[in-house]
Write a protein that binds this ligand. Sequence first.
Ligand code: SF4
Ligand code: SF4
Length: 220
Amino acid sequence: MLNDPEIIRAAIRKAHELGADVVGTVPAKRLIDCPSAIAEKRPGSQDRGTYIVLGLSHDPEHPELDLWEPGRGTPGDRILARIGKDLARWLQEEYVVRARLIPYRLEDGGIYLKDAASLAGIGRMGHNNLVLVPGYGPRIRFRAVWADLDCPEEPSPEGEDPCAGCEEYCIRACPMDAFCTGTYSRERCLARMSTDKKSGRERIDHCRACELTCPGGDEA
Ligand code: SF4
Ligand code: SF4
């Protein structure tokens, strides 16, 4: 019989087999007062279990992964959801561990995914408010599976500031001036997204300027 840390290691291997490009884990309780939860005055999680954070590369050579459709989200997110569901089912069948895919949207019971990825040690938050992941930069999307497992408490790894020495191409590229106050303005970015959604196009290629101009994290 495997103990919880051993099952978590097996789950990480399984998530890679299922197609995730990067995988990390974080105790659920660490999300309760994560930076986004504090900023938005909204508790970010429950206090029990582990989040297994799954990342899928969104290479600009495959822009179709990111095309958003009303009621369907994006193909990339559907791939991540399939990986997450398969992983949750596998944990239940293989180890009789309760597990479930976490909804994408906070409003539906989701979590602060970028905070979770950072706390799981997958990457570090850049000035563009995206997680810069070694080998992928910010060109990656996340989902999470919750599992009723005790995750070892490990401090988030320290590392160099991924934006050190950068000329802030992300900030200069933003068509909405969403960084004009020195921090990311969700409202300004969302205004761009809602304009896109009203365009009437069947599949919407949302703005990725702050992501696609960023050289951070490119080196593995
Ligand atoms: S463009 Fe430069 S400053 Fe902006 S997130 Fe990327 S590395 Fe950081
Ligand atoms: S996605 Fe576009 S509008 Fe939103 S912050 Fe990035 S560059 Fe600005």
